[in-house]
Design a protein around this ligand. Structure first.
Ligand SMILES: CC(C)(COP(=O)(O)OP(=O)(O)OC[C@H]1O[C@@H](n2cnc3c(N)ncnc32)[C@H](O)[C@@H]1OP(=O)(O)O)[C@@H](O)C(=O)NCCC(=O)NCCS
Length: 164
């Protein structure tokens, strides 16, 4: 289990699903999926997801999965850090924790999507790429029209890599 100051980084357990759902809800900017969705991530995708735990509270979470057709690609889905822990490098540590795992040894690229207004997310991934000395490039865009509701922004896909 990795440590960042007093915060422990670890794979999620099934029991964490509800707390993760609360954390995502509290961000007010991330799409809130059903609680069942987070339970399934904890059960079947634990090797590519990570939680940060501080004094028995979930204060950070990243969901990710290995591309089903390309084991070199890790798709990073949601990144959330509790307000109380922001600005301390926790989100960066969560990303580093996943890619350093044995189960992720095949990973050469991270892909993620970022909505144009999410400056924090862009800064996070740019910093991650810069720290590793690797490129971050824009690839395809998921247009606003692809979403059934008209209040969802477009999503820009970014590819980060190759890892050395
Ligand atoms: C985005 C988020 C995960 C960052 O968490 P964090 O632990 O504070 O991030 P870090 O401390 O690791 O910061 C990483 C880099 O991003 C930058 N950053 C973080 N928040 C930022 C913000 N609000 N605006 C601009 N840059 C920001 C930091 O400055 C840092 O770069 P630096 O070291 O060069 O200054 C957190 O703010 C959050 O949960 N936001 C709500 C959910 C969200 O938008 N998630 C991302 C999309 S999936």
């Amino acid at each position: 289990m990795a440590q960042t100051k007093s915060v422990a980084l670890r794979k999620p357990h099934l029991d964490d699903g509800g707390d993760i759902w609360q954390l995502i809800k509290s961000t007010k900017v991330l799409d809130l999926n059903s609680a069942y969705y987070y339970l399934i991530l904890c059960k079947y995708f634990k090797n590519t997801c990570v939680v940060a735990e501080d004094d028995h509270q979930i204060v950070g979470f990243v969901s990710a999965f290995i591309h089903p057709e390309n084991s070199k690609v890790l798709f990073v889905w949601q990144v959330a850090v509790d307000q109380s822990q922001r600005g301390k490098g926790l989100a960066s540590s969560l990303l580093e924790e996943i890619v350093s795992r044995e189960e992720c040894a095949s990973i050469q690229f991270i892909e993620t999507t970022i909505s144009p207004s999410n400056e924090a997310s862009k800064a996070l991934f740019k910093k991650f790429a810069d720290k590793l000395g690797i490129k971050m490039e824009e690839t395809e865009t998921i247009s606003q029209e692809a979403f059934p509701s008209d209040n969802h922004e477009s999503e820009q896909t970014y590819q980060i890599g190759p890892f050395h």
